[in-house]
Design a protein around this ligand. Structure first.
Ligand code: COA
Length: 297
């Protein structure tokens, strides 16, 4: 197994190919959007790059491990090369990169559960995917409260305001709250990005951005990508309004199903989405070494 902080374009292509083969065999993508974007970005050498682990047999890349700058990690082995110890080698390699490595098991499939258990890792975080059938759950008519107005995101004008509200709304979220202008631009450069699907609700008097709902349409499916309400405007029902505005936008584009991802311990969000008709459709689990409390002396 090789460990490095840079991959050649050919290696990046090979990682995409392994991830695609695994997704086709397992029914769930092994690498997250953030990991795939990080792979395609040129490593900047600024201390924020990831660590890449590769397993090559007979000149072909068959296994890949990604340790992100925050210690979160993903590993995947090509379906034709499984049960040869590559997954264990990658996971042990990832755990050796830094002490606080946490590995995602997207779909929490049986092989991942068994591998995590064999190294005595424990579940430390759950991410739920929830889904809604558009036809049987039409979005409620959104009523924008007095003093607010809804409009679409304008590239070149709204980036900083959106980032500011996002970082305040997700101050305690491990990833979302840290989104930078570069991260935002990466996503705006994706073929799926559509400013009409990024809905803003602003304070009419001050012009301040109060809430937003970024929707995404890919592969015919719709997604509640990011819903954020500025803490200064929370508690006025804007979350429900902006969510409904986005759901109606997605329905107007003809999507049959809408997905979203939410932390398994975010009870208020789970309740909101359940009320709108969303049901759990998948589960991602993050595994970590057990961290023992030090005995008091
Ligand atoms: C999970 C994954 C990485 C395992 O890769 P692998 O190369 O087949 O794993 P290994 O051969 O190193 O297996 C190591 C141990 O994991 C367990 N394991 C792996 N696959 C298993 C399976 N299908 N059934 C039962 N146990 C399994 C076993 O304890 C195994 O040890 P053993 O072979 O001595 O019994 C691979 O199935 C994969 O890419 N899955 C999709 C991505 C994913 O879920 N990643 C998250 C990993 S936490």
């Amino acid at each position: 197994m090789q460990q490095s902080t840079a991959l050649s374009p050919a290696q990046v292509d090979a990682v995409h190919a392994v991830a695609q083969a695994a997704a086709a065999a397992d029914g769930v993508a092994p690498l997250s959007e953030e990991t795939l974007l990080a792979l395609d970005r040129t490593p900047g050498g600024d201390g924020t790059t990831a660590t890449y682990l590769t397993v090559v047999t007979d000149g072909t890349l068959v296994g890949y491990g990604h340790v992100a700058p925050d210690g979160s990690s993903e590993i995947v082995v090509h379906p034709d090369s499984r049960r040869h110890g590559h997954g264990r080698a990658l996971l042990e390699g990832a755990l050796g990169v830094r002490s606080d490595v946490r590995v995602w098991a997207h779909g929490n499939l049986a092989p991942a559960r068994a591998l995590a258990a064999s190294l005595a890792l424990e579940p430390v975080r759950e991410l739920w995917r929830m889904s809604l059938d558009v036809e049987s759950h039409p979005a409620p008519e959104p009523v924008v409260p007095r003093g607010f107005r809804a409009r679409s995101f304008e590239p070149g004008r709204d980036e900083q305001a959106w980032l500011d509200v996002n970082s305040r709304a997700f101050a305690h979220h491990p990833e979302q709250g840290r989104m930078t202008l570069a991260d935002l631009r990466d996503r705006m450069d994706q073929p799926w990005f559509d400013p009409a699907g990024l809905i803003l609700v602003e304070d009419q008097k001050s012009g301040a951005l109060a809430a937003s709902h970024w929707t995404k349409i890919a592969d015919e499916g719709g997604e509640v990508y990011v819903v954020a309400v500025d803490p200064a405007y929370q508690g006025r029902g804007l979350g429900g309004v902006v969510t409904a505005l986005g759901l109606r936008h997605l329905a107007s584009r003809g999507v049959a199903r809408i997905d979203l991802y939410v932390e398994g311990d975010n009870a208020p969000a789970l309740a909101t989405y359940r009320r709108l008709g969303f049901e759990q459709s998948a589960l991602d689990v993050m595994y970590s070494r057990t961290v023992h409390e030090r005995l008091p002396r």
